[in-house]
Design a binder for this molecule. Structure first.
Ligand code: IPE
Ligand code: IPE
Ligand code: MG
Length: 245
């Protein structure tokens, strides 16, 4: 990075969560089909993964397809799945070269078998990498994640292997799909929308929210650095009095 980097010596986030948004509007503004926006959006993912790795942030989780996105036209869903396949085919070798671990959260059972196989292969081939863990949330919903965790714990209780009184926030977090990862320190959403859209509901309890007016396909490496610099300027209090930490 050059001398113009906005990053300070304050702590970096350990985990950045991203809601990429605005692909459709980007395409619409150019008189193009929504797919064109998604295609450029995939390029933006590439840039963001790269910059997050360069900054030395160890966890990045990107919302790729929500449990609610099935409401979109079948043709758009097909395009998105096609792009995902192409992204994995062209990008996993590069991720591996850069010591990036790729993994998926969400209910993948609704994806096609060949895509499920490709996801599993991509996870397996990068499982030993340690510089950055890049998690893609597919057919993911925060509420579904919480419900699934409750079911998992309830099964243990029913089996007699878990005392209900032993369930605390840490135990519950360990039953979520993000078990083993630190909670996101910051959540970035592009396109000017200011909502969480059922992303990592439990995990973002104390995430710093950074909303950018840019549309996702316009997201550049410097935008990532600027968002991280914005995070560094925030005072995180976790309920304590101002200035007490
Ligand atoms: C984000 O862009 C990509 C996905 C949700 C997969 P959108 O497709 O939501 O773009 P807008 O919000 O319609 O502009
Ligand atoms: C959230 O974006 C889902 C993903 C980024 C994958 P949406 O565009 O689907 O969210 P809403 O509908 O505007 O809340
Ligand atoms: Mg959107």
């Amino acid at each position: 990075m050059d001398g113009t980097s906005p990053i300070s010596d304050k702590p970096l986030p350990r985990h950045i969560a991203v809601i990429m948004d605005g692909n459709g509007r980007w395409a619409h503004a150019r008189g193009k089909p929504r797919t064109a926006g998604h295609r450029q959006g995939a390029e933006a993912v590439r840039r963001v993964v790269e910059r997050v790795g360069e900054l030395g942030v160890p966890y990045l989780t990107v919302f790729g397809f929500s449990a609610e996105n099935w409401k979109r036209p079948a043709s758009e869903i097909e395009d998105l799945m096609w792009l995902l396949r192409r992204y994995l085919q062209s990008e996993v070798a590069e991720l591996h070269k850069n010591d990036v671990r790729f993994q998926v959260i969400g209910d993948r059972s609704r994806l096609t078998h060949d895509l499920q196989r490709l996801l599993a292969d991509s996870e397996a081939s990068t499982a030993g990498n340690g510089r950055l863990t890049f998690t893609l949330a597919l057919n993911y919903g925060g509420r579904q994640d919480i419900v699934e965790a409750a079911r998992r714990l309830a099964r243990e209780v029913a089996a007699g292997t878990l005392d209900p009184e032993a369930i605390d926030a840490e135990r519950f977090g360990g039953a979520l799909s993000t078990a083993g990862m630190p909670d996101p320190d910051m959540l970035i959403r592009t396109s000017g929308e200011q909502r969480i859209s059922n992303f990592l509901l439990w995990q973002c309890a104390y995430a710093e929210m950074v909303f950018l007016d840019k549309l996702w396909p316009d997201m550049g490496k410097d935008d990532v650095s600027r968002a991280v610099a914005e995070y560094q300027r925030r005072e995180r209090r976790y309920g304590a009095a101002v200035g007490s930490r």
